[in-house]
Ligand binder design. Structure first.
Ligand SMILES: Cc1cc2nc3c(=O)[nH]c(=O)nc-3n(C[C@H](O)[C@H](O)[C@H](O)COP(=O)(O)OP(=O)(O)OC[C@H]3O[C@@H](n4cnc5c(N)ncnc54)[C@H](O)[C@@H]3O)c2cc1C
Length: 442
């Protein structure tokens, strides 16, 4: 028997808006269209929105996964004109106006693609096979399990070389994600490892941050880059600039100068590329792996398909001729504009063009160590750290998540500990962690 709410939703006499992806852009669209004369269907392969800027804190055991995720069903519960299906989109047929998914086909009048981005290995096949990534909660939990398993494995090693390999952590890419991960691991070394792995010399733990650019945070101001590098080095992170990882396996990486570094853990944070689906090749900019869109985010060949956020490339904005950065603020602002434009369309009014309001960039390296660039101003230290926390907390989706994050941060500040150090679902590598025979202790 069909429920009253389902019958009411099915009977809605409005144009069908199919939103694929409930990240920053997609969520903005469904929230803005709630109560508007549109029949909205959200499709996402996950059942929750993920607040990616705090993923690294899940990966380094500062926050639990449920602090930064929010189930779509809870979001759409009160929205009578919005429905959700957990589905992976496989193809778009813009002629028939149908989207094919793993659970069946969905028709649309207006399609909104907000698919986000995925890790870009720039053709480095061995890193694609062996390095870890940080784009989703399950990957963050893999990293968390992995470094905790490495600490335990190090304790069990009889040979110093093996122990060192377990304690060498390599992060490739010194953008915000790489810098934040490196800083957070360095704090774990100074607090948790020193105090709780007492039989181990904590100085054996190395965190190596590698980037082929000549400075960390290359999209920030030079002052912010210099401050961030100083903070990292103060925390004991080895920053290697101008170096490129060209290969490797589960035991080591190889650099462009021919040298190698023994390590069990490589985290690749060196780049992203837009997620694309088959069927819209006419608008695909293959080099950028993003869809070419006009100033209203519509595809040039299919004006009833809108692409937002990380997978959209808008080059018509004179201030951003190479497209906007793949950051949350762009995705949010594009989602908000599309809502305004769809409401205007329902009232027979013209659409507005997108204009990005850059609110600045920030990255946190550790306790009272952050860098912020806002317009002409660049600053670091405690005030930047407090501002970073404030901005991230207010952007979280629910009140509960905000409270949980604040509580965890306050607890960590007082206790000096990353408390959520649980190996719940052990991370299984492709090869073995220990290459030498294990010698049991008495
Ligand atoms: C570790 C990390 C840290 C970051 N830190 C910052 C930061 O500090 N500040 C900042 O501004 N930005 C940051 N970003 C970037 C920011 O998160 C992205 O720019 C933003 O999420 C893009 O929003 P979006 O809506 O385009 O895509 P997303 O938020 O990535 O959402 C895409 C959605 O599409 C779904 N999806 C994808 N493909 C399919 C498919 N085939 N079928 C069904 N569903 C699909 C996904 O499950 C996901 O829910 C960070 C990103 C990462 C990974």
């Amino acid at each position: 028997m069909r429920s009253k709410a389902k019958i009411e939703y099915d009977m809605l006499p409005y144009p069908k808006v199919l939103v694929v992806g409930g990240g920053f852009a997609g969520l903005e669209v469904i929230q803005g269209l709630a109560g508007q004369p549109y029949k909205v269907m959200l499709l996402d392969r996950q059942n929750h929105h993920c607040f990616q800027p705090l993923l690294y804190q899940v990966a380094t055991a500062s926050l639990g996964a449920d602090s930064i995720a929010h189930p779509f069903r809870r979001t759409i519960g009160p929205m009578s004109n919005v429905a959700y299906r957990m589905a992976e989109v496989q193809r778009v047929d813009p002629k028939k106006k149908v989207v094919a998914t793993n659970i069946g086909d969905f028709e649309y009048d207006i399609l909104v693609l907000a698919l986000g981005s995925t890790t870009n290995f720039f053709g480095n096949r061995s890193m694609e096979l062996h390095a870890m990534q940080l784009k989703s909660i399950s990957q963050a939990l893999d990293i968390r399990s992995d470094f905790l398993q490495d600490f335990e494995a190090a304790m069990a090693q009889q040979v110093e070389e093996d122990r060192r390999r377990c304690l060498n952590f390599v992060i490739v890419g010194a953008g915000p994600t790489g810098v934040e991960l490196a800083g957070s691991l360095a704090e774990i070394k100074r607090t948790v490892v020193k105090r709780e792995y007492r039989e181990m010399d904590s100085n054996m733990m190395r965190i190596v941050l590698i980037d082929s650019n000549d400075r960390v945070l290359k999209n920030f101001s030079e002052k912010a880059s210099a401050n961030a590098q100083r903070y990292l080095e103060d925390l004991g992170v080895e920053v290697r600039l101008g170096d490129r990882v060209v290969g490797g396996d589960d035991d080591r990486i190889e650099l462009n100068d021919g040298s190698t570094l023994e390590t069990n853990t490589v985290i690749w944070a060196a780049g992203v590329k837009g997620v694309t689906v088959p069927g819209l090749e006419a608008d695909l900019n293959e080099r950028a792996s993003r869809y070419d869109v006009d100033r209203t985010n519509a595809l040039k060949h299919h004006p009833d398909v809108f692409v937002l956020g990380d997978c959209a490339l808008m080059t018509d904005d004179a201030d951003w001729p190479r497209g906007h950065p793949q950051v949350a603020t762009v995705a949010i602002q594009q989602g908000q504009l599309l809502v305004r434009n769809l409401i205007a369309r329902s009232k027979g009014r013209p659409a507005e063009a997108f204009s990005y309001k850059d609110k600045g960039s920030m990255a946190v390296i550790g306790r009272r160590k952050a860098v912020v660039d806002i317009g002409r101003y660049s600053f670091g230290g405690t005030f930047a750290w407090l501002l970073w926390m404030f901005v991230h907390v207010i952007q979280l989706v629910s009140f509960r998540n905000r409270m949980m994050v604040l509580f965890n941060w306050a607890w960590k500040y007082i206790s000096w500990k990353n408390t959520i150090r649980l190996i719940i679902r052990p991370y299984v590598r492709r090869n073995t962690v220990v290459s030498r025979p294990f010698v049991a202790h008495e």
